[in-house]
Design a binder for this molecule. Sequence first.
Ligand code: GUN
Length: 290
Amino acid sequence: MQILDGKSCSEQIRQEIADQVSQLKSKGRRPPHLAAILVGDDGASETYVANKVKDCQQVGFESSLIRFDKSVSEAELLAKIEELNANEAVDGFIVQLPLPDHIDEHKVTVSIDPRKDVDGFCPENVGNLCLGLPTFVSATPNGIMELLARYNIETEGKHCVVLGRSNIVGTPMAILMSRNTNPGNSTVTLAHSRTKNLKALCAEADILVAAIGKPEFVSADMVKQGAVVIDVGITRLADDSRASGFRLVGDVQFDSVAEKAAWITPVPGGVGPMTRASLLQNTLKAYLRN
Ligand code: GUN
C-alpha cells in the first residue's frame, strides 16, 4: 500500500500559488482577494472559515471575513452578496454552509456572480462542469482530481465507484471521472443510500471514492485487492486515550482497507488539505480571469 499524501501535495500547490502571487506583486499588481461570509457560530464552520483565512494569508492573498449573527435576515445576506458581486476588489467569495433554517440556501447560491463563485456551487458553474466548459469545480472533487493527477494514478478505463451523491462532492466527482480527460475516462457508478448490493458493487471498484459521511463505513471486504481508495469523510469520534478527547476518522476503516489497497488517502492528511488548496487555486483563477 502507498499513501496518497494530500498534506505534502497541498503544500506543493500552496508554494506554487505563493510564488505566482509574489511575481504578481513584484510587477506592482494587487494580490488576489477572497472574501468569506460566515453566518452564526457553528463550531465546524468557524474552523473551516478560520482555515480559509489562514490559507489566504499563507500564500499572500488578501482575505476578508464577513460575519453575521445567526438572526440575520435573508434580505440582509442577499444585499451583502450583491455588494460583493459588484466589488471589483474582491475576486471570489464563499458563503459558508450550512445556513440557519430561515435562509434559503438555494436563493443564496444562485445570487452569487458565477465569475466570483469560487466554491463552484451555482447552477451556471455546475452546468458548465456537466458540459465540459471552463468553470469553477467545487473544492473537494477538484482537490481529488489534482491528487490523482500529481500521483499519476491511471484512471482510464477503470471502474470508479463514487459512494455518495451530494451536490458538493459525489455528483461532481462522478462527472469529472467520467469525462474524456486525464485523470478521467473512467467508467463511473454513482452509488448512494438506495443502491442495492452496495458491498458487492464497491468490491468491484478499481477506484473507490467514499463520500457518504458515515464514519468507517467502508470495510476491507468492500474493497478489491489493489484498489485506489479515496476517503472524503471526516468525523470526530470520542477517544479518551487522546489528550484532545477525540480522534478523526474517515468513511473508510483505514487499517484493514490499507492492507488491500494499492493507494489510499489518510484521514487527516488526505483529501482535507487538497480541498483547502483547491479553494486557493479557484481564487487565483478568478483573479486571473477577471
Ligand atoms: N460547508 C462545508 N463545506 C463547504 C464548502 O466547501 N463551501 C462552503 N461554502 N460551505 C461548506
